[in-house]
Structures are given as structure tokens and as C-alpha cells.
Design a protein around this ligand. Sequence first.
Ligand SMILES: *Cc1c(COP(=O)(O)O)cnc(C)c1O
Length: 448
Amino acid sequence: MNDEHSRALYDRALSVMPGGVNSAVRAAIEPYPFFVQKGDGGHVIDADGNRYVDWVLGLGPLLLGHDLPEQVRAEVQRTASEGPMYGAPTEIEVDLAEFVVRHVPSVEKIRFVNSGTEATTSAVRLARGHTGRNKIVVMQGGYHGAQETTLVEGDADDPKPSSAGIPQSFAEHTIPVPFNDEDAMRAAFEEHGDDIAAVLTEPILGNYGIVYPEEGYHEFLREITDEHGSLLIFDEVITGFRVGGLGCAQSKFGVTPDLTTFGKIVGGGFPVGAIGGKAEIMEGFTPAGDVFQAGTFSGHPVTMAAGLETLKFAAENDVYDHVNGLGDRLRRGLTDIVADQAPNYTVTGTDSMFKVIFTREGPAPSSLEEQCPAGCRQDPTCPRYDYSPKNAADVKNADTDRWRRIFWGEMKEQGVFLSQNQFECQFVSYAHTEADVEETLEAYKEAL
Ligand SMILES: *Cc1c(COP(=O)(O)O)cnc(C)c1O
């Protein structure tokens, strides 16, 4: 595969951009990332003209793939041609807000912002303002964007900033616990219950290998937060309008959070974030309440048009049947391949998300018959149950170097673009076809 143009572009980029990229994970590919020239349905074409089946999809936003359906494209172009933005409200913001409120059970009011990071930052401030408390419980390995409260590692007794530039005194207001661990959560509430403003979690760990919740875990979070007067915040930036269709992951799991953060799909491929939830809590934002929140670009008309038309298209067409059907075929196919060729590994994901975690230890291959057929569900009767990754530490223990340094490149050589490391998940779009799935499964067979 020729990659001269990508190499030359990265050379130029290194001179003018830190690490040569505008977002850290893009540089995870070694020795340099390929630069994208354009998208084409479920494919991308790089700067040297190489074509790949694209399962990265902008790291999540592109539910419909790279070619917007005519009605979406027309509205985006019409809105942009009337003038980029105004600093005054427009009708389309109200339309998209009404759409989300109608479809997502817990959302009575919503505020749009410009990124998932901004959404979680504002949600945390709102939770602190609403409760008058300081501490936020997060899941180890959960991702909530590049913000001070959540870039924290360690454990409940010893939280530390996970990035330079964040004071230790900030990290002390964050309590990281393992996902799926009820005892750790109980202990955190026993010690700090009166000062916990919120538990902030992704319904499914979507930025750390894909980890599915144990049966009853979210109900447990709902109960323990209610008992202590803390808020439950679901970060649905990645799962929103992808898992559970238009009702999002909270409708799939039947749990009603107090606040939800959105991003990615809700902007139809343009920069977006949003905070939604109970009216009484949402009214805490200025100007209704006293928790300051503002943004020059918030509710940007072009983003609102792209988001609304994308979601309307999904409501009116078989988008979720299509992407979830192909997701299921991918996960079933991968489960068979893994059983044959790499019985230690764990296939994860649900709906239109998928990943293979390079788990190191594993059950005897002879017992794999009754395993979860289409992605790990943390089912205690599954022969893999004791080995399946249940939290971030389990995923971190996987063979992450082999994934990134060996496996990723072998897939790329076969024309399949997977996410840049073991941790980011992969997605199916409406533009993908059964042929893309078959081609991808063949490539996995070669590369695993
Ligand atoms: C992507 C993501 C974010 C951050 O969103 P940005 O738009 O990149 O700032 C936050 N939370 C989750 C769960 C995400 O997947």
C-alpha cells in the first residue's frame, strides 16, 4: 500500500501541530496515521487513494455513513447558505429539542452545546449547583471528554489527575471506582455519601474496549443515588441514538437517569453536545437558574439541521434495523472466528457497536458452545463469564500492544479501517453492506 502522501502530510503536520494531530488518539497509529481525502458511503479513501471499509465513522457520529441522504444534505446546505450563525435563537433549535424530548424518556428539557466535553463539564457543574455538593463518582476507564473533573485515575482512596495540568486539589473531588462493582460503589457512598453530587457513567463503557453492564447494575446505581440524594448522570455521548435506537441506552436498560449528556450522533456529523434531563434540574442553568452556562456557537443552525434531519431519517427508515442487523452478523461471525483461532479473545458490543478484546486468559475452548453468541452480555451462565472483561482493569490487562502494533496494521493492509487502539470501539453505519461485513470477517480470519 502506497502511503507517500500521508507520510508527507504528517511530516508537514508535525512542524505546525503538536504531535501532528488535533486530537490525541489520531496519532496512535504508528509510524504515522493515514490522512483521509474523502468518505464514500461506508468507506474512506486516504490521501494516497487507498480505500478502506470504515468502521471508525468519525469515532461515532456518522450513523448514516459518509454520504448524507438527500433530505439531510439539502437541509444542511440550505441552512448554511442562509448564513452560518446568529447569536440569536432559531426555529431549528426548538425542533431538535422537541424531537429529543419526545424520544428520550428522561429528557424533559435540553441545552445544546458544541462537544461532548462541554456537555459533561456543564452537567457536572449543574449537578454540583443543584445538590450543593462537590464530589463526582466516575468509573475507572470511563471517558467523558477532555475535562478537569473526569481526567482522574487511581481509586476512591487515592484519586490523581490522569493528565499534567490538573491540580491534585481538583482530583480530590472525583471518586473513581471500577465499573460493575457494587461493593466499591457502596463503600464510596458510605464514606462520602453526603458530599456526592452525582454518579457519572456511560451506560456501556464505550471508550474502553466496550464493557457491558452486569444485570441489575444500573438499577443499583439508580437506587443508591436516590437513597443519598445524589444525581445519576448517564453519559450517552457515544451510546445516544446508537444503542436502544431513538430512546438511547437508557430505554434499552429501562433506567431513568436524572441527567443525560449527548454528543456525536445528535449533531449529524457536525460539532455538538447536549445536556438533557428533568425540567426541575435543567432549570438550574442560567438564565433560568444560577449555574452559569453559555456558548457562542451553541445550538448552531447547521449542526441543528444535520442532527434533526439525521434523526428524522432514522425515525422514518429502517436505519436501526439495518445497523443493528449488520452489527449482530459481525459479532456472531467474530465469535465463530475467535472460537476457532483465538479462543482467549472476547467479542464485545451491542446494537451497532463491536470490538474484539484481546483477553489474555481464557476458558478451555471445549466449553465455548454455550457462550454469548453475539457479544459479551456478562451472563453468569456463559462459560467465558469468569474471564470476560468487566471493568477497565480487565481491558487494560488485554494484549493491547498486539492489538495496536500488529493486528491493526494487518487489517489496514487488507483494506479495513478499525479504531486506532484496543480501547476505542467500532461502529456500523446505514451505508455499510453485507459485503462489507463479509470482507471484514475474512480480514479478521487472516489477521487474528
Ligand atoms: C466522545 C465522548 C465524549 C467527548 O466528546 P467530544 O465531542 O469528543 O468532546 C464524552 N463522553 C463520551 C462517552 C464519549 O464517547
